[in-house]
Design a protein around this ligand. Sequence first.
Ligand code: G
Ligand code: G
Ligand code: MN
Length: 395
Amino acid sequence: MRMDARVGSVAANRLLILDDDPNALHYLGEVGRLCQYEVTLAGSTTEFQDLYGTFDPSMIILDLRHDQGDGLDVMSFLGWQGCQVPIVLVSGVDARVLESARRVGLARGLTIIGAAPKPVQFDVLGALLSAHREPEPDEWVQYLRRALDNCEFKVFYQPKIRIADGSVTGFEVLARWLHPIRGAISPDRFIPAAEAAGLIAPLTDQVLAQAVADHAGWAAADVDVPIAVNVSPLLLTSPGLLNTLDHLIALHRVPATGITLEITESIAMRSSPQTMEVLSRLRLRGFGLALDDFGTGYANFSMLARMPINELKIDQSVIADIKDRPDSQPIVQAIAALARQLGLTVVAEGVEDLDICRWLRAVGVDQVQGFGIARPMPPSDVVRWLAERTTAPLA
Ligand code: G
Ligand code: G
Ligand code: MN
């Protein structure tokens, strides 16, 4: 996440503007500052190209008509640089030219998020800049607190299927932040921020409370839906998580066996005595423990044998390579063989194409999860999805 990469005093939101009209440049800069960007102004293409490297913008505004070149040159420069920064095009030329320039930018792989005719209206540009703004580290804390107070974190569910018979073995619970203005924010962004802000425990409590309540509600309706919740390594060094889980299963009168906790592979690297104790206690109570994202390079095989886990999830990056990069096949094969010897259930994650199920089954992978089965769905869809599917072996 960008926030982690830029610690210290470097602002997360840096806006670089190119316009050869000094008045327009000044005006655009003011809008940027009002939207809380650190702003740098370029009055010419050469200046822009120099600043692009040194200022490292997180957002760009490009005027399409200026002295040298026509703005399209700048876009080829940015395309050549592999620029992934969101770009807003502005121009005094007519709307059709602006639209065709936008297409040129997209064709060069650029992220054109808006095209505005000049004079650019304050609220149009302001809305674009605000929507794409990354909260600064100190703002995250405040945003996350508010989101927790307003219960903006929701849970989505993604099924896991046993290849051999097509039965549903459970659903992974995936947190989503449904922000009233920004829309859905990915956990890849807010989980690290919550960890850094010391708010991962209350966030996980909210996720668990929703998921265990859903799980119990389905059980009461005679629908058996085991759940798997991701937990941060930070929560495995103290008894807080155990207490939350004990409380929830007592409150909803459900057995621990229907609930699995997914811990990341990196935890195996930091397996302190405290962590081992929490993990062992979880298993002794009957909770499932899955080692997630396996194959991304942290855990070694001897640690695998020592961890009190019952399931191993092979990371989607490893699975994605199976078809295109034959050298990853022996890796999956070795992981699956070892996991089986250790008595672990083996799950392949990120399975988009069910064609690989035959191969996965042959090398000893038991279950699959991924877009090829279903995308993560809201809780309201789970029962219908289960009712509508036909259970048949995948390979
Ligand atoms: O759903 P998505 O692919 O965007 O999830 C991205 C990452 O966020 C995954 O690695 C997933 O494990 C993690 N994640 C999703 N929900 C939670 C959660 O509730 N807690 C923690 N710690 N991680 C989560
Ligand atoms: O790290 P973890 O395994 O918890 O990540 C799970 C995340 O991966 C889910 O949040 C989901 O959004 C994402 N995901 C699930 N299935 C697929 C898939 O088939 N393809 C891709 N690209 N992502 C997937
Ligand atoms: Mn997971």
